[in-house]
Design a protein around this ligand. Sequence first.
Ligand code: PGA
Length: 249
Amino acid sequence: MRRKLIAGNWKMHGNLAQNLAFAQALQQVELPRCDLLICPPFPYLQQMLDLLAPLGIQVGAQDCAQNAAGAYTGEVAASMLADLGVTHVLLGHSERRQYQQESNEQLLLKLQQALAAGLQPIVCVGETLAEREADETETVILSQVTALSEQLQPQQLAQVIWAYEPVWAIGTGLTATPLQAQAVHQLIRNSLCEQLGDQAEQVLLLYGGSVKADNAASLFSMPDIDGGLVGGASLDASQFLAIGQAAEK
Ligand code: PGA
């Protein structure tokens, strides 16, 4: 039985005061059947670790460097994140693929750094609207997944969480229907199964792209949707909690 995970991707939002108010609103959180994770910007990782760890909420980063250490100004090593107590790292978000031109080659290096540091990577994949309309969704998703999965040892691959985030649904208010999302999640799990066999059943597959309190329950009712990667709605503690409650059902 896979435990659901609700991960909040704060992107470049927040400040000390807002973050504190968010954590205070989660003081009474009681969600025994799902895990919660917040991924704030780098400068707020320590603040959120201090505030959220006592509540049993994990903290993740939004990226890590492709090198272990060295003269790389502005970069943050995976081992530094692990040193702080960060447990997860988002990798390959479509905004990074688009705005930072992150390639699969770079992503693989980051993934290897994250795994070596003992972080659990959440790797994002997703098709654009043009690709969906051209009926290329399956090809695009499989090529994004296998570009990484085929380069990993099975025991490494088993550590990776995948987030299916259709690019056309991110921040747009458009959401994949539960059946559209389930079809892609099943495709990803089947692909992982070729390398992992039965172990692929343990891998968490999150859906992301305008997950809100009112669509979360129907998405999470699908057999291969193991939770959500939530952007906008994760900035609001009550929305985030409501999404967590939907995952409890
Ligand atoms: P959204 O973002 O929930 O605001 O669509 C999701 C994401 O980019 O991870």
